[in-house]
Write a protein that binds this ligand. Structure first.
Ligand code: HAM
Length: 424
C-alpha cells in the first residue's frame, strides 16, 4: 500500500530547481501577454458544478468521467475546476460586460481531472491560459494563435505543430450532425462502446475517438468545413488568411473538433513531438458560453497550455532547470560568541546583495563540519567569524572553489565580495 507521505497518483510535489523553471515560464507568459494588452485574473479553484456542466457540455468526457465533484456541508454540488475558461467567463459574466466592451485576461493555476495517470497526463496539472471576450472578429483568432506561438518561441520551444479547424456556428450544427450520422450509421456497430453512445448523444465527438477502428472510420468522414454555411466558411477563410499573413505555420485539420462543447468557429491545437503519446502542448478556440440568468451568451477566444507539458517539451529540447546553489555565501560562526554576529552579518549581506543567497550556520559545530555544510550548499564563498576576527573587526573569506583564503576588514567586505562573486 502506498505510504501516506507519497503524493496521490497523478499529482506531484514540485521542488527547486524545478520550481524555478515554472517561474521562468510564468514570467515569460506575463511578459508576452502584457505586450498584447492582457491582464492577469485569478479565479477560485472550485465552483458550482453547473458552471462546468453548462459550459463544457454534459456529453463531454471531462464532465462525464473526469470531474472531482463533491458536496459541501450545505449540500451544494461543487467541482474542482477541470479547466480555466468556464470560471473566467463566469467571473466576466458576474462583473458585467458593457456593449462593445472587450476584455483580455490570462491566468495560471492548477486544474483537476480524474484521468488515468500517464506520462504528461496528470490528475492535478497546471495551465497557463488566456481568454479574450467581446470581439467576434476573425483577426482576433489570428492574433491569439500568433501570441501562443510567440510565447512558445520565448520559452525556447521550437518544432511545435499548429493544427486548425472550424466547427462553424450553432446554426450549422444540425446539418453537420445529420451528415455525420448518415456517414457513421452503417459503421457504428463495429465501433467502441463510447462511440456507440456518442452516435446518439453527440456524434461530433466520434471524430475525436482515439480507439481503433474508430479512428480509421473517422478519417473517412465528411469534412466539417464543407458542411458549413457561408458565414462560417468566410470566417474560417479569414482566420487561415490571417495566419498566413502573420507568418504562423499551420496545418488544416478538417476533423479536429476538440473535447469541449462550448466551441464555435475556430478550434486549434499545438502538438510537440517531444511529448510522446500525450502530445498536445496547448489547445483552444472560439466559444460561446451562457450561464442561467444571463441575457446573452459571452463569446470569446482563448487557449490553455499545460505547464507540465511545456516543461517536458523544453526538456526534450535540452532546456533544463537552472543550476542553483543552496547558498552563494555561507557565514560560519565559530564558537558560541560568534553565532549571533554570524546571523547579523548574513542579515546585512542580504540587504546588500539582493541577487545572492546568504545562509548562516547557527549550529556552533566544528569548523570542519561547518565547512562540509558550505561545500554541500555549493557556496561560492565561506565567511568565517571566530573570536579573533570578532576582536579585530575582520572576517576570513574563503573562496570555495580555489580554497584561497584572505582576511578582510569588515568595512571592506562588501567591496571585496562584489568583485569576487557572480550574481545570479
Ligand atoms: P484542453 O485542451 O482541455 O483545453 O487543455 C489545454 C491543455 O492543458 C492541453 O493541451 C494540455 O497541454 C493540458 N492538459 C489537459 N489535460 C491534462 C492532463 N490531464 N494532464 C496534463 N496536462 C493536461 C482547455 O482546457 C480549454 N479551457 C482551452 C481553452 C481556453 N479554450 C478556449 N480558451
Amino acid at each position: 500500500m502506498a505510504s501516506i507521505t507519497e503524493p496521490l497518483p497523478g499529482t506531484s510535489d514540485i521542488w527547486e530547481p524545478e520550481t524555478l523553471d515554472w517561474i521562468t515560464l510564468e514570467n515569460a507568459a506575463r511578459n508576452v501577454f502584457h505586450r498584447y494588452g492582457y491582464g492577469e485574473i485569478r479565479t477560485p479553484i472550485f465552483e458550482r458544478t453547473d458552471v462546468f456542466v453548462k459550459s463544457l457540455g454534459d456529453e463531454t468526457d471531462v464532465v462525464q468521467k473526469e470531474m472531482y465533484t463533491f458536496q459541501d456541508r450545505g449540500g451544494r454540488s461543487l467541482t474542482l475546476r477541470p479547466e480555466g475558461t468556464a470560471g473566467v467567463i463566469r467571473a466576466i459574466a458576474n462583473a458585467g460586460l458593457e456593449q462593445g466592451e472587450e476584455k483580455r485576461v490570462f491566468y495560471f493555476g492548477p486544474m483537476f481531472r480524474g484521468e488515468r495517470p500517464a506520462a504528461g497526463r496528470r490528475r492535478q496539472f497546471h495551465q497557463v491560459g488566456v481568454e479574450t471576450v467581446g470581439s467576434n472578429n476573425p483577426w482576433m483568432d489570428v492574433e491569439v494563435i500568433a501570441m501562443l506561438c510567440q510565447f512558445l518561441d520565448s520559452i525556447g520551444i521550437t518544432g511545435s505543430h499548429v493544427v486548425v479547424n472550424t466547427r462553424g456556428l450553432p446554426e450549422d450544427r444540425a446539418r453537420v450532425t445529420s451528415a455525420l450520422k448518415e456517414y457513421f450509421a452503417p459503421k457504428v456497430g463495429e465501433m467502441c462502446e463510447d462511440c456507440r453512445r456518442r452516435f446518439d448523444t453527440n456524434v461530433w465527438r466520434m471524430l475525436d475517438c482515439k480507439n481503433e477502428p474508430c479512428t480509421t472510420f473517422a478519417a473517412g468522414s465528411p469534412k466539417i468545413v464543407d458542411l458549413l454555411g457561408e458565414e462560417s466558411r468566410t470566417f474560417f477563410e479569414k482566420v487561415c488568411q490571417g495566419l498566413r499573413e502573420v507568418g504562423v505555420e499551420y496545418e488544416f485539420a478538417p476533423r479536429l473538433v476538440r473535447g469541449l462543447d462550448y466551441y464555435i468557429h475556430t478550434v486549434f491545437e499545438v502538438t510537440h513531438s517531444g511529448l510522446g503519446a500525450q502530445d498536445a502542448l496547448a489547445g483552444g478556440g472560439r466559444y460561446r458560453i451562457q450561464f442561467a440568468g444571463s441575457k446573452t451568451p459571452i463569446e470569446g477566444i482563448g487557449f490553455a497550455a499545460g505547464m507540465e507539458r511545456l516543461l517536458l517539451a523544453r526538456q526534450s529540447l535540452g532546456i533544463t532547470a537552472p543550476d542553483v546553489r543552496d547558498a552563494d555565501i555561507m557565514v560560519l560562526g565559530l564558537g558560541e560568541s560568534a553565532v549571533l554576529p554570524a546571523l547579523q552579518l548574513a542579515q546585512t549581506l542580504r540587504g546588500e546583495f539582493a541577487g545572492l543567497r546568504v545562509k548562516a550556520d547557527f549550529t556552533g559545530r566544528s569548523m570542519k563540519a561547518q565547512m562540509r555544510g558550505a561545500n554541500k550548499a555549493r557556496a561560492q564563498v565561506a565567511l568565517i567569524l571566530g573570536e579573533n576576527e570578532l576582536a579585530q573587526g575582520t572576517v576570513v573569506c574563503k573562496m570555495m572553489e580555489t580554497s584561497e583564503q584572505e582576511t578582510i576588514a569588515i568595512n571592506e567586505l562588501n567591496g571585496f565580495l562584489a568583485t569576487k562573486l557572480n550574481a545570479r
